[in-house]
Design a protein around this ligand. Structure first.
Ligand code: PEP
Ligand code: MG
Length: 425
């Protein structure tokens, strides 16, 4: 494959994306969608990806010159001299902005009016956790643990998870490490843990639902977290985040299970200090959870909004289906209402509310998210410096005005138009 190759395919699995050769400069997919897990992984590698182009993409012959524009979602085949100039100028300007943000990446992100917004990174691999330092992230806001153990045929068990979490925790320097409970189902299946074949896997046994049906997996993971915490100072923070909670009862059931494990581990430790602080949180990604956020908040130490799923469930559009995926737009006012509602509950109960969907890396959306009341962000790794830089340019009063206007819009395009005016930038 030549350098700067653009890979064209009908679709890719998440594990295909992690095995791509280094020459790949971008990816064009006939199908799939921006928040499918293959797209999320490409974004975390900093690879431009355009998806849902249609079957005709497969007719492009090997070797044709092309430009991939991940911002506009376009692939230009046989670009003209004018296109080449336009894109190389745009690229130069973008690289300049990135270089400026990277030079300040290690400074805290404080708005113009003095509000500190911690910016974490999303991690899909062990290396991502270590790489957060270079990007200036204030911690890990989402560790997708299912990817850490996806090549196994047997469950990872307590020992190997403890060994891995200890390595990660040792690198954190008191920054929060947010470990998401194994999120199986939807478009993620493991050889050792897969729900029955389902007609609608995204509406099926996913996340915490699956873990309640397989409590052995949840117990082992939490046991490993407790054992990791035990060796750490009390100032260290490990957050354990529960995906796909839709009812208060599910949360109560999971918490009961976690308490049982904790009692058991305390007995086993025989009076040894508990070590790091463990915070338990809910990944708010089902509209029911957002609507009942105030009831959930009493049971948790933090919220994080998963807009990838929240958008697909709010707009009833499969995030991997290119025919409808454009509908699953997190800027839709219905999704924004749910974020605002969750943020309100977090404020009432005085707990932090992060947002860890891909939306957190969309710099144009950041003033809006702050205005909606989100207090922390967790973004795809390569976007962290620009997210921090954008926060520094925000003013909370303007952000709140922007959020109020966005909540009154009819659809996502109106919100996007509002953001383009750049009220708060
Ligand atoms: C989300 O749904 O927004 C999220 C962060 O989780 P995932 O993308 O892994 O489903
Ligand atoms: Mg999710």
């Amino acid at each position: 494959m030549p350098p700067h190759a653009i890979l064209i395919a009908e679709d890719l699995t998440p594990s295909d994306v992690t095995q791509l050769p280094a020459q790949i400069a971008g990816i064009g997919l006939a199908f799939s969608a921006p928040t499918a897990h293959s797209s999320i992984l490409a974004r975390s590698l900093g690879l431009p990806l355009v998806c849902g182009i249609g079957e005709e993409l497969m007719e492009v012959e090997v070797g044709r010159p092309a430009i991939i524009d991940g911002h506009q979602g376009r692939i230009l085949i046989d670009p003209t001299e004018e296109d080449l100039k336009h894109y190389s100028d745009a690229r130069r300007r973008r690289l300049q902005r990135q270089a400026f943000a990277a030079a300040h990446a290690h400074e805290t992100a404080i708005t113009r009016d003095g509000i500190h917004i911690p910016v974490y990174a999303n991690a899909n691999t062990e290396e991502d956790v270590y790489a957060r330092r270079g990007q200036g992230a204030d911690g890990i806001g989402l560790l997708r643990t299912e990817y850490l153990f996806q090549e196994r045929s047997a469950p990872p068990g307590v020992e190997s998870q403890t060994a891995l979490y200890r390595r990660l925790a040792a690198d954190m320097d008191n920054q929060p490490l947010t470990i998401r409970a194994l999120d199986v189902g939807g478009d993620k299946f493991m050889a050792y843990a897969s729900p029955q074949i389902e007609a609608n896997p995204f509406l099926g046994q996913r996340g915490s639902r699956f873990l309640l049906a397989r409590p052995d997996l949840l117990r082992d993971q939490f046991r490993a977290i407790l054992r990791t915490a035990r060796g750490l100072p009390a100032s260290a923070v490990i957050r354990f985040m529960l995906p796909m909670i839709s009812t208060v009862k599910e949360l109560e059931d999971v918490r009961r299970l976690l308490t049982e494990v904790q009692i058991d581990e305390n007995k086993r430790a025989n009076g040894e200090a508990t070590g790091a602080t463990i915070a338990i949180g809910v990944l708010v990604e089902v509209p029911a959870a957002a609507l009942l956020a105030e009831r959930l908040a009493r049971w948790v130490d933090f919220f994080s909004v998963g807009t990838n799923d929240l958008a697909q469930y709010t707009l009833a559009s499969d995030r991997t289906n290119s025919a409808v995926a454009a509908l699953a737009d997190p800027l839709h006012p219905a999704v924004l209402q749910l974020i605002a509602r969750t943020a309100y509950a977090a404020k009432v109960f005085d707990i932090p509310i992060s947002l860890c969907g891909e939306m957190a890396g969309d710099v144009s959306a950041i003033p809006l998210l702050l205005g909606l009341g989100v207090t922390e962000l967790s973004a795809p790794l390569p976007t962290v410096p620009r997210v921090k830089q954008t926060i520094r340019e925000c003013d909370m009063i303007q952000c709140r005005q922007l959020a109020e206007s966005a909540l009154r819009c009819n659809d996502a395009d109106d919100v996007r138009a509002l953001l383009a005016i750049g009220v708060a930038r």
